[in-house]
Design a protein around this ligand. Structure first.
Ligand SMILES: Nc1nc2c(ncn2[C@@H]2O[C@H](COP(=O)(O)OP(=O)(O)O[C@H]3O[C@H](CO)[C@@H](O)[C@H](O)[C@@H]3O)[C@@H](O)[C@H]2O)c(=O)[nH]1
Length: 491
């Protein structure tokens, strides 16, 4: 056999290998191209229908008054939250505001708890549920975190890619809640690039600052997460934030321009008159048995305090428990101090941990003048409970220092004065000291505030109530229309 035969055989083998590789790669590439998500086309972007406030379809005509107007351009928005839609009030309010101005909304997130009834009944809002990650990926073990977290992120990336790319029509805008940032920002950025959609990030906080609560600020994953957030922030064309302080951080550290759209209460939150209050308190299963004690006609009316939470690491409820034990002891030595009914509403990971602490304090008889209950209420009952309470409590510590607790906004909407953890930069953007609330920075200080507001300083509580009632006049619609309406070109 000649040398040239060896070379020819070898060449043939290599050539057929290269050819096979080329066919495989080009087939994969063609499949990818063919299955890419459909691009946004403004001429296809029709509102489903035009409805009045009751949801009745309206026939909208063109300027000549004869031809029915069947579509308007550029009014479709994908709203994305990698969390439970029912527990994402701000994203639900965005959806309602966009739909109110005839925009069509795809609301994408987990469907776990009850969604705002106005969203469910709105024909312009379609809910696109994300599939939950398998149970084993949801473990909260710190030890397994470095292994499970990337697997969970991969699972979430695939389900987000499917929901954003195929589960909803191409949209002109995509409004994404941050955090969670991983993998949300990367997938949202990719889909927007592929679909010709403009990305808007709604900054509620910084993802890396929440991760730092779990792993410590110097952990490499926290550093990677901070870098990731900075890089993908650039994929967005617009940024909105919950505070002016956060917009400033984005400008200084991320080099992007953002506009603050402050949280304001939705219309479901409104003050109660005394009759509405007593009716509600005697009907709600959690309060019914205490309604006579809470009534102003009782000898020393109990005080009702409410805190709401997602039971996450950024809220230290042992502070409230410790303050309530101190208060209880003070009420034993000073019988003119009223008893307290404290209701903590919400769902979340650390609830069982704090329920155990409450049981322990009760066993030790440290809460003899205080009853602590926990609850998860319908949106209407939650709003009514705030409107019936005497004082709201916020334990939100703000992992970044520049985000704010939504619960305080709810409380102001219901005309409820607030005392809250106030040792962070953005707090004064929401609560005015001694006007509509008070800030504390330790359990001892909170206990002192409870003793003084419910005891000698009853006048101050009245003043704070007036301040909160005044604050309840600032509404979400006014804030949103001025900023969101303009951004999404809806007004
Ligand atoms: N329906 C219902 N909702 C409840 C209940 N209890 C609490 N909630 C909902 O849960 C929210 C409080 O959840 P948190 O997770 O404690 O929110 P936050 O700290 O007050 O604020 C969050 O959102 C802000 C942006 O809007 C963020 O800036 C902030 O960092 C945080 O993520 C309330 O505003 C309310 O919507 C209940 O019993 N029933």
């Amino acid at each position: 056999m000649g040398l040239e035969h060896v070379f020819t055989d070898k060449f043939n083998n290599v050539f057929s290998l290269v050819l096979t590789g080329f066919v495989i790669v080009s087939t994969l590439f063609s499949v990818l191209l063919v299955t890419l998500p459909k691009q946004y086309n403004p001429y296809d972007d029709k509102a489903v229908k035009f409805v009045d406030e009751q949801g009745n379809e309206l026939e909208v005509k063109t300027k000549d008054g004869k031809t029915p107007l069947r579509w308007k351009q550029g009014r479709t928005v994908q709203i994305v939250v990698l969390g439970d839609i029912g527990r994402s009030p701000r994203m639900q309010y965005h959806a309602l505001s966009i739909a109110k101005h005839d925009g069509r909304v795809f609301l994408i997130g987990y469907q776990e708890s009850e969604i705002h009834p106005d969203i469910v009944s709105n024909p312009l809002i379609e809910i696109v549920p994300l599939g939950a990650a398998p149970e084993f990926l949801r473990s909260s073990s710190k030890l397994l975190f470095p292994i499970l977290a990337p697997l969970k992120a991969l699972w979430q990336a695939l389900s987000l890619y499917r929901a954003l790319g195929y589960g909803s029509a191409p949209a002109r805008w995509m409004l994404v809640q941050n955090p969670p940032s991983i993998p949300t920002l990367a997938i949202a950025g990719l889909i927007c690039f592929l679909r010709n959609t403009e990305l808007v990030i709604d900054w509620h906080n910084f993802g890396y600052s929440i991760l730092a609560l779990k792993l410590g600020a110097s952990h490499p994953l926290v550093k990677i997460s901070a870098l990731y957030e900075k890089v993908f922030a650039r994929a967005a064309t617009h940024h909105i934030t919950v505070t002016d302080a956060m917009a400033r951080v984005l400008k200084d550290d991320y080099g992007v321009t953002a506009q603050a759209l402050h949280d304001r209460p939705a219309s479901i939150f409104k003050p109660f008159n005394p009759k509405q209050r007593s009716k509600f308190l005697s009907q709600l299963p959690e309060t019914a048995q205490y309604a006579p004690d809470l009534s102003p006609s009782s000898k020393i009316p109990w005080k009702l305090i409410v805190s709401s939470t997602s039971w996450t690491a950024d809220e230290d409820f042992s502070l409230l428990l410790s303050a309530l034990s101190t208060y209880s002891a003070a009420a034993t030595s000073n019988p003119s101090l009223p008893k307290i009914l404290a209701i903590i509403t919400g769902k979340g990971p650390q609830k069982a941990h704090y329920l155990a602490q409450i049981r322990q304090l009760n066993q030790e008889k440290k809460l003899s003048n205080v009853v602590i209950l926990t609850a998860w209420l319908t949106p209407e009952s939650y709003a009514a409970l705030l409107a019936s309470a005497d004082l709201g409590i916020s334990l939100h510590t703000s992992s970044s220092g520049v985000d704010l607790p939504m619960k305080v906004v709810d409380m102001f909407g219901a005309g409820l004065p607030v005392v809250g953890w106030g040792a962070f930069e953005a707090w004064p953007e929401l609560v005015k000291e001694d006007v509509n609330g008070k800030g504390f920075s330790s359990a001892g200080q909170l206990a002192e505030q409870l003793v003084s507001l419910f005891g000698a300083d009853g006048d101050l509580l009245e003043r704070l109530k007036d301040g909160a009632l005044k604050e309840s006049g600032n509404r979400w619609d006014d804030e949103w229309d001025g900023i969101g309406g303009e951004l999404f070109k809806l007004l």
